[in-house]
Design a protein around this ligand. Structure first.
Ligand code: PNS
Length: 185
């Protein structure tokens, strides 16, 4: 039987729970789903391509029909190379629509046989983006529940040393307070 292969292209810097929600949905409707990380030398990413591949592989290893790859150049050409007939993209809010429509129509112009399929992640992820996750994490805010634990840990490792130091100070101060309270009790 003819297999329907889809690619899910993106930067995934870092992968969020919104991406994973979409991978889960995509894995149910396509025979094969290829999560495709764009290797873009122009951008200065927070996570290297190798790190992003590692995280996405670990996070999707329980899906038999999902694999992670990287690509360069036009998405439509990459889709042709892996024999994909669909391109999966997530739409969160109306603000995504214009950019996504432009991209989908350009891709259709370049390769009419490739169909873009839009899916909506769960509402609770509708405000979530990799850019905001990076910003919040880099400024010392919590991203718990917005990214998988593995990504959270890796983000912590990437944090500005100044924040790591202030977190360390806070932790040790509260440890000292706790031990003082314990001694008094
Ligand atoms: O997660 P992102 O950063 O929104 O993903 C954007 C991505 C990678 C899907 C898009 O930039 C892309 O397809 N780039 C590859 C180059 C290309 O094909 N450009 C023409 C798209 S209309």
């Amino acid at each position: 039987m003819h297999k329907v292969i889809a690619i899910y292209p993106g930067s995934f810097d870092p992968p969020t729970n919104g991406h994973l929600d979409l991978i889960e949905r995509g894995s149910k409707i396509f025979d094969e789903l290829v999560v495709a990380i764009l290797r873009n030398a122009e951008k200065a990413p927070l996570f290297s391509v190798t790190e992003r591949v590692g995280m996405l592989e670990a996070l999707t290893s329980h899906y038999e029909n999902v694999r992670v790859e990287t690509f360069d150049g036009l998405t439509v050409d990459y889709a042709a190379r892996v024999g994909a007939s669909s391109l999966l993209r997530g739409i969160r809010a109306l603000t995504d629509y214009e950019y996504e429509l432009q991209m989908a129509l350009m891709n259709r112009k370049l390769r009419p046989e490739l169909e873009t399929v839009f899916m909506m992640p769960a509402e609770k992820y509708s405000y979530l983006s990799s850019r905001l996750v990076r910003e919040v994490a880099q400024l010392g805010g919590s991203v718990k529940g917005l990214v998988p634990e593995l990504v959270e840990q890796n983000l912590r490792g990437k944090l500005d040393p100044a924040y790591q130091l202030s977190e360390f100070r806070e932790a040790t101060t509260s440890d000292k307070k706790k031990s003082r309270t314990r001694k008094r009790a």
